[in-house]
Design a protein around this ligand. Structure first.
Ligand code: ADP
Ligand code: ADP
Length: 233
């Protein structure tokens, strides 16, 4: 039951009369509820692929079927609406607004979706509960730890109930202990039924995932299911 089907995806960036081919034919299927880590050296195409998976950018070749819908040639406005309903993003930079409380930050995407105040508050609290922060809902960023801030960012990514959670180096700014705290949350979210795809440079972080896809020079170099997931409970 694939949520993501990539067929020979290509992406070139054009700069003047020069083209940089960032993706050179990437085919990949990800099933619902999978937990995938995307790895590879800097410049191998991870961010480009994540931007395409997240409907932030379109491929220059190939097909992308998301939840049965071909999004590869969609105009930008349709792509934006798919993005808002299907995708949750978590970035290395937390991107929280410091003047707003945790709950207000989490509710932001719902304002853009035109949802009323009462429902916004309820759904923000529900999302904060999923990341174990319901008791911190009234705190602002400067009253939260780094790990808690990233958990608020995860709650914000979840508030629209997306079918796909994408995270680009979500622990890149965190120390080892805090990274573990954040990764426990991703595991819980995946166990609750979400599909999670994250980019990381760190093997320790990738070890939380059940499948590791490695890229090099714009292609997939290897794609491995972890045997340990059978033993590990
Ligand atoms: P990372 O390796 O952490 O993904 P990068 O430095 O590769 O970070 O990219 C950071 C951002 O800059 C990305 O959004 C990427 O698309 C963009 N970017 C990377 N290389 C170039 C480039 N040559 N010209 C313009 N933008 C770029
Ligand atoms: P990674 O995330 O693995 O570091 P990227 O997807 O950021 O890799 O980059 C892949 C290649 O595409 C690199 O050569 C990078 O410089 C280039 N690139 C990425 N984004 C852009 C952009 N916006 N404009 C031009 N080149 C880019």
């Amino acid at each position: 039951n694939p949520i993501i089907q990539l067929e020979s995806i290509e992406k070139s960036y054009f700069m003047g009369n020069q083209a940089i081919q960032a993706l050179k034919g990437v085919s990949l299927e990800i099933s619902k509820n999978e937990y995938v880590a995307l790895m590879g050296p800097s410049g191998s195409g991870k961010s480009t692929l994540m931007n395409i998976l997240g409907c932030l950018d379109s491929p220059t070749g190939g097909r992308y079927i998301l939840n049965g819908l071909d999004v590869s040639k969609m105009p930008d406005d349709s792509l934006a609406s798919v993005r808002n309903t299907e995708i949750g993003f978590v970035f290395q930079q937390f991107n929280l607004l410091p003047r707003l409380t945790a709950a207000e930050n989490v509710a932001l995407p719902l304002i853009y979706a035109g949802i009323g105040r009462k429902e916004r508050t309820e759904r923000a609290m529900e999302a904060l509960k999923k990341v174990g922060l319901e008791t911190r809902s009234h705190h602002k960023s400067n009253e939260l730890s780094g790990g808690q801030i990233q958990r608020v960012a995860i709650a914000r990514a979840l508030v629209n109930n997306p079918s796909l959670l994408l995270a680009d180096e979500p622990t890149g700014n965190l120390d080892t202990r805090t990274s573990a705290e954040v990764m426990e949350i991703f595991s819980k979210i995946q166990e609750a039924g979400n599909t999670v795809v994250l980019v990381t440079h760190e093997e320790d972080i990738a070890a939380y995932a059940h499948r590791i896809v490695r890229m090099r020079d714009g292609v997939i170099e290897s794609d491995k299911l972890k045997e340990t997931m059978m033993i590990h409970h």
